[in-house]
Design a protein around this ligand. Sequence first.
Ligand code: NIG
Ligand code: FE
Length: 394
Amino acid sequence: MGTLVVTNIGELTTNDPSLGDESRWGRLFHAGLVVDEDEVLWVGASDEAPDADDALDAEGRAVIPGFVDSHTHLVFAGERSDEFEARMAGVHYDGGGITRTVQATRAASSEDLLSGARTRVLELLLGGVTTMEIKSGYELTVDGEGRELDVARHFSDEVTWLGAHIVPPEFKNDRAGYLHLVTTSMLEACAPKAKWADVFCDRGAFSVDEARTVLEAGRAAGLAPRLHANQLAHSGAIELAVELDCASVDHCTYLEDSDIDLLSASATVATLLPGAEFCTRSPYPSARRLLDAGATVALATDCNPGSSYVTSMAFVIALAVREMAMSVDEALWSATRGGALALRRDDIGHLSLGARCDFAVLDAPRAAHLAYRPGGNIVAKTHRSTREGATDRI
Ligand code: NIG
Ligand code: FE
């Protein structure tokens, strides 16, 4: 493919404030877009669009930047629908079921892990996701975590090592032994395969001090830090995330005012995962307090078999709007540009000239339909840059 011109875009969201209506969402109506294999080349009025090798008539539909799903656990085996049913009947989620997925994942063949992950990657892609972060964390052995990262790397460059997800059952009486393994041989095996290090820093998982130890060791091995925090309880994890300049601190279900002040004064993105609150029947995070204080908010699926078996960013946006009082525009920004910032990426999450040509055509005249028509297949077409052989990696 050479160049492509998209014409008759009813509503184009670029997330570039210098384009279109000069709002934060950089919106144009009756717009056109020209891309090559990699980049956005031109944005403007549809009837002024230059010729290109190929043409696509959007027929008045909306175009948005591709979703950036900055938090997923796509590499796993098995399922835990029985836990979901128990929660809907009143049982509280405490992360205890993670060990069941660890057992199922350890027992699975590498082929099965790859094909299970592929199914979920395809669901994300068909739903408009053009960049996805993928974590390990369901084997918790040196070889197993390496194997999960290999599967993740097959699909994405945004790969996260989560060896400190929980203490696995065989180390139940030896936390220190597990932390030693994590920060020595496991890290050594995993660092070359990942970009990020993450820790589940929460009640029943790892403490703030343990998380600091793992993330500092990860950083020394070349892995940039991010953190799961405050999903189950308040803790000092937000402070730690800001102190370590984590790209993102994820969940943020329980926040003190002081946490919000810290986040709004930092470059650490608060990534909210309302699919997890939906699937665990928990209170939703205070997106409004974060946004009103000036913090950067991202939205992601957290796709995993325990707390959020969700592969639709449109559904996440609908939850954010309905349950967390975000406007549709805020939610769309958080699911695109916010996700990119949570991965410290400037080239995605927007459609400025020179940005990656990652976009989605909606089966709707306005992006608001993402929240207005929940539960349907709202994404008509996902278009992705082929710069890193993205389309060959499925
Ligand atoms: O992000 N909180 C920790 N990890 C996952 C849940 C994992 C599971 O329940 O299997 C999460 O919600
Ligand atoms: Fe998670």
